[in-house]
Design a protein around this ligand. Structure first.
Ligand code: NAD
Length: 423
């Protein structure tokens, strides 16, 4: 079934809610309006790799012109059913005169990020005649970006990849990473590699059809950047966040730029995100475990938000993080409209089991009862565990206790008592 049937909130730009059919009509109307301002170019460079990040609004024609210049033998748009119904057809139409173009549509959602999907896609592209001069166009959110990115990386041992991100998460975060991966039953992103895109084309008009919960998900990562490495943007974010997730295009462009600039700053000398840039995994240790344990019922960003709360409570309990910075986590997440509690049906035991497969274990030697985590000792001040990586070994029992107390409310929650207005 098409997931559009399940979406309750759609965004026509100024903030109202559109039913699914109206969202499709709205997307068509935007395309009919033609191009907006020319796209702006941000040059991203991480060590020896560089690629352009183009940002603008209503720029399908300009994206097609850039793809034309790549002289591809064939173009393969990989998308999911939602983005396919709303936007991929229009892009494919613009590309008809550029090169033979195919659209490969995947089921939406995290379950699609699997080795099985990768194999099926690879077979389909090979059968369709994809060769070394073909270009894979990842058009969608982080799920599509990751799977299409891995496909481009492995097909003929690496063909060109272009990202056309359509979620805030993808525009401001995942496409600025060279990491491509699929999930395994044992955990998230456990099989993958690094592959540099040839270019990114971020058209913020796509965000106008994005359901509110997915805007909130992307904003959780931007909140993470502010808490860990981009404290200068705290006042912008505090003044802008809106629990109803109604943002105009200018604000969305600023949010995307905030994500891009923060990632560039840290990844400039850490393209593989194995040193300083591990800081972007703040909240992801517990967040990934929650995401895995609840089987996709929470968005990636919401799960990371809950993971950040646990990390902040752990750091506070250890006497490392001042109470006001811990409380800032709650305030920003609540202003983003995110509920700070574990989803119905999830158990602390399931989260703790999933935590054992966290892929940060490979970075440091951790004992059976220890969990490597990114902790803060202040706003914008990660704790540099071994001097090179922001990882600290934390007693698993302490993580379990904070999880139970603050996300499952199995013991009276300190933060909730102090801030009854926020609960
Ligand atoms: N490579 C990295 O470093 C990195 C970084 C962050 C996240 N990620 C990955 O990204 C994934 C999460 O990405 P996401 O949050 O974009 O989720 P997603 O890709 O699942 O997209 C969210 C939902 O929004 C729909 N959608 C996308 N664009 C739309 C639009 N314009 N209008 C209407 N609906 C639209 C999708 O169909 C989907 O249902 C996770 O798998 C995560 O691991 C990777």
């Amino acid at each position: 079934m098409n997931a559009l049937d399940h979406q309750s909130e759609h965004r026509p730009g100024s903030g109202g809610h559109l039913p699914p059919r109206a969202a499709e009509q709205w997307a068509r109307d935007q395309d009919a309006r033609g191009n907006g301002e020319p796209m702006q170019r941000i040059d991203l460079s991480f060590e020896d790799v560089a690629y352009p990040f183009w940002i603008g609004s209503r720029c399908t024609g300009e994206i097609a012109a850039h793809l034309d210049a790549m002289a591809a033998s064939s173009l393969h748009i990989v998308t999911d059913r939602n983005v396919g119904a709303l936007h991929a057809g229009t892009l494919a139409g613009h590309l008809r005169d550029v090169a033979p173009v195919s659209v490969w549509t995947l089921p939406e959602g995290e379950m699609t990020k699997s080795l099985g999907t990768l194999e099926r896609l690879a077979c389909q592209l090979l059968d369709a005649g994809a060769d070394r001069k073909s270009v894979v166009i990842a058009m969608g959110g982080g799920v599509v970006g990751n799977i299409a990115g891995l496909l481009a990386a492995v097909l003929y041992r690496g063909i060109r990849l272009v990202h056309v991100p359509t979620t805030l998460m993808a525009m401001s975060d995942s496409v600025i990473s060279l990491k491509q991966a699929v999930n395994m039953p044992q955990g998230k992103n456990l099989v993958g590699c690094f592959h540099t895109p040839s270019a990114v084309f971020a058209d913020t008009a796509y965000l106008m059809t994005l359901p509110a919960e997915h805007l909130r998900s992307g904003l959780c990562e931007i909140i993470k950047n502010v808490l860990t490495i981009d404290a200068d943007r705290l006042s912008f974010l505090s003044a802008t966040l809106d629990p109803s997730a109604r943002y105009d295009e200018t604000t969305l462009v600023r949010m995307v730029e905030a994500g891009v600039v923060a990632k560039q700053r840290v990844m400039i000398d850490d393209k593989r995100e194995k040193g300083r840039a591990i800081v972007f995994e703040y909240g992801h240790t517990v967040g990934h475990a929650i995401e895995l344990a609840c089987g996709g019922r929470l968005s990636h960003g919401e799960a990371v938000g809950l993971g950040m709360v646990v990390a902040a409570e752990v750091a506070h309990e250890l006497g490392l993080l001042p109470g006001e910075v811990r409380d800032l986590h709650y305030r920003l997440l609540r202003r983003n409209g995110v509920a700070i509690r574990a989803p119905e049906g999830l158990t602390p035991e399931a989260v703790m089991t999933a935590l054992r497969s966290d892929n940060k274990r490979g970075y440091v030697r951790a004992g059976a009862g220890e969990i490597p985590m990114i902790l803060l000792r202040g706003l914008g001040e990660p704790l540099w565990g071994n001097g090179e990586q922001p990882l600290t070994l934390v007693d698993a029992d302490l993580v379990g206790a904070m999880l139970r107390r603050h996300l499952f409310q199995l013991e009276p929650s300190h933060s909730m008592q102090e801030f009854p207005c926020l609960s």
